[in-house]
Write a protein that binds this ligand. Structure first.
Ligand code: PLP
Length: 399
């Protein structure tokens, strides 16, 4: 435990950790079960193209999220791109700027303009009161994002979409295994897209899936993910290669089999951060919604510079020196990234809450990649740095 500022690694002391602590260290289920599946795939010599493991993975997802259809894809971004195209979105689509850049890119990739909507500063979700004012004759849809694993306001978004003849797609990359009211995420809007990237708490190395209760849409998505093939030699639709391979599906199945354990660990870490940070002034933990099922995938600290006397970025620098690689998700917001920054240079004027939240967020390591003791140490470091905020801030400025 550090007692003087000079002991902080950023000011020349020894780092608190020997090895780097990353956000989003992959969770691994049963290695033996995974290797048995890998061996089976090698024996069968069927590596991709709707193999038995992909179909099993899709069935497991349907079972878990209680949706009628699921189309597994090579990654979450392709899932979004396919869903956007299959839903016939064109022109303009309303989307939050405070999200991973893939949400906006999946639209722009198809020459659809993402129209950025500001967020609610408490939930970090798209502010449903600001959506309608962004609708123009070119608007064809809304893409909501269930940020940090919390359901966004799907009822209000569905209502706006209905009243205005728009499609509603949901980026559920953070919300696998989460419920919203009486239903699981995977049942809202026209479709919902998951990601099983290695940094997501439930992973298939790379992977994604689209869940929907619309049979016609599911059929179209299946065609589009496989070049539009309807049987050998018969291409009946525009398509791409969005297929998930068997190894990824095997990993996905193995992850789902351990999902309860992953959630339990995430939940424990979250409660630990919450208890420890409750008494640190200027550092607040983002509170997850009390849904009946949650994944507690992210531990998100919010730094209030005026109370802590030190900026989020100075705290980030302090933690990084201690080998805690906290992250500034999703700084600085999509609207400040290319190509949006060039295409829409004044978008920020309508996004004050996005800019404010993006300047406060510090995502901390959680999941099986960190131990309880390590979380304790991270909290002590944050407490020490925040308690000495003004002085630390000053010393860092002099360096
Ligand atoms: C991870 C993520 C994606 C993209 O998923 P990939 O599987 O990495 O392509 C999309 N949206 C959000 C919000 C994400 O966090």
């Amino acid at each position: 435990m550090k007692t003087t500022l000079s002991e902080l690694a950023v000011l020349g002391g020894p780092p608190a950790f020997e090895d780097l602590l990353h956000v989003g260290v992959p969770n691994l289920g049963s290695r033996d079960d995974l290797l048995a599946r890998f061996n089976d795939i090698l024996d069968r010599k069927w590596f991709t193209n709707n193999g038995i493991y992909v179909r099993e993975f899709e069935a497991k997802i349907c079972e878990l999220v209680d949706s009628e259809h699921c189309v597994a894809t090579s990654n979450g971004t392709i899932a979004l791109e396919l869903a956007i195209r299959a839903l016939g979105l064109t022109g303009e689509v309303i989307v939050p700027s405070f999200t991973f850049v893939a949400t906006a890119h999946a639209l722009q990739w198809q020459e659809i303009k993402p129209v950025f909507c500001d967020i609610d500063p408490h939930t970090h979700h798209i502010d449903v009161d600001k959506v309608e004012s962004l609708i123009t004759p070119l608007t064809t849809g809304i893409v909501g994002v269930h940020l940090w694993g919390n359901p966004c306001n799907v009822e209000a978004l569905a209502d706006i979409a209905d009243r205005n003849g728009l499609r509603l797609l949901l980026d559920a990359a953070h919300a696998f295994g989460v419920s919203c009211g009486d239903h699981m995420i995977g049942n809202f809007g026209d479709a919902e897209c998951f990601s099983f990237h290695a940094t997501k708490f439930c992973t298939s190395f790379e992977g994604g899936a689209i869940a929907t209760n619309n049979a016609e849409l599911a059929e179209k998505l299946q065609l589009m993910r496989n070049f539009g093939f309807d049987g050998p030699d018969n291409v009946i639709h525009i398509g791409t290669n969005g297929k998930m391979n068997e190894m990824s599906a095997a990993m996905g199945i193995t992850s789902i089999e351990s999902i309860d354990e992953f959630v339990k660990v995430n939940h424990q870490r979250y409660e630990q951060y919450r208890a420890a940070l409750a008494t640190v002034s200027g550092v607040e933990l983002y509170e997850h919604q009390a849904t009946s099922r949650h994944n507690f995938q992210y531990a998100v600290a919010l730094i209030d510079e005026s109370t802590a006397g030190i900026s989020r970025d100075a705290l980030l620098r302090t933690l990084h020196a201690e080998k805690v690689l906290a992250r500034r998700y999703f700084y600085p917001g999509c609207h400040r990234m290319e190509p949006y920054r060039s295409y829409q240079p004044h978008a920020g004027l309508l996004l004050p809450e996005t800019e404010s939240v993006a300047s406060k967020v510090l995502v901390l390591p959680t999941g099986k990649g960190v131990t309880e003791e390590q979380v304790d140490t991270i909290c002590e470091l944050l407490r020490f740095a925040a308690n000495n905020g003004p002085e630390l801030s000053q010393r860092l400025a002099q360096m």
